[in-house]
Design a protein around this ligand. Sequence first.
Ligand code: 26M
Length: 803
Amino acid sequence: HDGATDTAKQIDGEALRVAMAHSLRYAIGKDPVTATLSDWRLALTRAVRDLVVDPWFAATRRAYAEKRKRVYYLSMEFLIGRLLEDAIHNLGLEAAAREAVAAHGVDYAALVDDEPDAALGNGGLGRLAACFLDSMSTVGVAAHGYGIRYEHGLFRQRFDQGWQGEEPEDWLRQRHAWEFERSEVAYPIGFGGEVSPGEGDGALWTPSDTVLAAAYDTPIPGWRGRWTNTLRLWDAQPVREFDLEPFNRGDYMAAAAPSVFAETISRVLYPDDTTPQGKELRLKQEYFFTAASLADILRRHRAMGLEPRSLAAHAAIQLNDTHPAIAGPELVRLLVDDHGLDFDEAFDVASATLNYTNHTLMPEALERWSTDLMGHALPRHMQIIERIDTRHARETKRPDSVRIVDNGEVRMGDLAFISAHRVNGVSALHTDLMKQTVFAELHALHPEKIVNQTNGVTPRRWLYGCNAGMRRLLTETLGSEEWAADLDRIAALAPLAEDAAFRERFQAIKTDNKRACAAWLEREHGVSVDPTAMFDIQIKRIHEYKRQLMNALETAALYNAIKADPSAEFAPRVKIFGGKAAPGYAMAKLIIKLINDIAATINADPAMKGRLAVAYPANYNVSMAEILIPAADLSEQISTAGKEASGTGNMKFAMNGALTVGTLDGANVEIRDAVGEENIFIFGQTAAEVLATRANGYAPQSFIDADPRLAQVVEQIEAGFFSGGDGERFRAVTENLRGHDWFQVCADFTSYYDRQRVVDDAWAKPEEWTRKAVLNAAGMGVFSSDRTIRGYAAEVWGVTPAC
Ligand code: 26M
């Protein structure tokens, strides 16, 4: 490809101006005289959406005509962020869009910025699903994403005197201009009730409650419109809007009761991304979207004139973690109870069609449902799960080893594993650890099942879209814009790392991005920072295992060191934190407050001017990441080794020319291999060393005693040094540090602090630093999610991409 087969209609600025005027008037119903910024944004969105429709139909027809095997990506979360600019970039419409918007007298940046950030996900898992949608459309995998159309996405975070507060998010208040409502596509989804025996292996399930799953489609255009897929999100609706009888009596609450129950199911995204609470509503959400998706998949399969037993030849279903793992039993139920297959045939079809991606090894994060709850909400599925368990035990001749149903609980990871054709990890290290730990027994029984597919990120959003300066430099250097769909081409930067003139241009782009970021921090968050200082950034969900606490301790120790010796040479730094804590995760919320207290102390000290500053802008989300990542000099990837399955922020930063300070965890290991170990700052224990430390009776206090810099900071926190003399506030933090320190912050602190001083030394040699930065970007080809999707296509799904 070099643009030759692009199917997106080319349209100039004048034509787009006219299209905008037309949508404003006829789709939005507004006169230009009274149109608000949002009206103009909706008008441009409609005009661009219109241009997506033809390539969308073309891809749909082609998939059908070529009888392409289809991929179905089932995910509780799609953290898609804003879509307008992304679509404009993919379709090559930026110049036209800028011209059209300007012609209407509207500011383009403000218009794009007006779009709500669709936060239908918590973090890495949801954002990965969004990158995969973009890549499946770019490489031409015929795919549907299936998920939930949450009315409220991830909560908005605010800080009240440094404490996290949460507010509901409301992205649908201004209607979602990208979606097409499909009122004709709706499936009844049952819950509860009774099961009576049917013919053969079949049964008759009579649910006690039923809701409707109604489809909303968002087209996902790939690069230059060469392929376009669909994201289908399910909205829960009542089968009947309201009961007329109580309404006529005047009991309006009772009349509305059925719609309240139904609509609750798609009301809100659960804000916890590790500890499943075992809440009934969560199970209902999982079953709701999984059952609707499978009904839709089977309907499409049947509509092509195909038999249910041939499903695996025409469809591959990917389960994004265990959240949709009820797909195994549900597919068996449909095939047995509705289509008359016997149980063994049905299970063979299901387990040839389904695949499962694991995203975490942390035992507390693995989903388990009590058999009582499951048996009550999904009685037929509980029967089928027991039968899958029995069959597996019999077939593997290990009746006592792995059991899906164990101790009154259904273990969803084991269910997903056993129901799947392939099971994958998300980085090489994580995949090895899966084989050695959580799935050791199952792996021994099924040694061909586990495969690795290292995560990636879409270079359209995370380089082309968010970093216009780098985009121009790459396009000029590489000769066309095609690097955005073929990121391996970026390797051609490596020799230019030795070219002083090139380095200067590369560095100038970083400086520009930092200036823009500093202006944004000042404008939106009221913090002023020096754009010539090193921007040292840690942005991700707040979790103990990600060790924002270690970064905060190092920040405080650096502060102490500068105070103790004002003439010492430390690199001037701006430490930037971003991220949300689950509302019920007390320790994570306390760490947020500690970071904010340390920030306030440092920022208020005039001696820190030009030397050290800390910024923690509230409400980190995808749009904020798009500002911070291109401005980063240093990327913090400092999790306890063995805990971060992959990480994907690590890839986004390196792509944008940041150097990484990190542990040998998740994909950091592969990033080191790709950029060379002299171009990354690795520190700390390996995964094996972390286990050995624990096994040898870890005593964090001995590490505190051994490093006076750490001891001083812990004592300061205990004395209330950062909190106006309140020595109680962070007791839970310091007691944990001295006592258990589950994530071995103390064991790695010294190595981290010392590595940061090596980072300081590297910063003092700007030419060397930039050389390393160029080599980081040059090594990132392999971390495009296009590579990841081609890997899934070949090794998991058995499909051939069209592009
Ligand atoms: C489960 C049950 C109830 C409520 C919420 C959940 C839940 C939701 C999200 C559990 C885990 C969730 O996400 C985990 C996650 O984001 N994992 C990250 O996945 C990324 C993509 O593979 C990896 O890069 C990260 O390392 C991994 O932490």
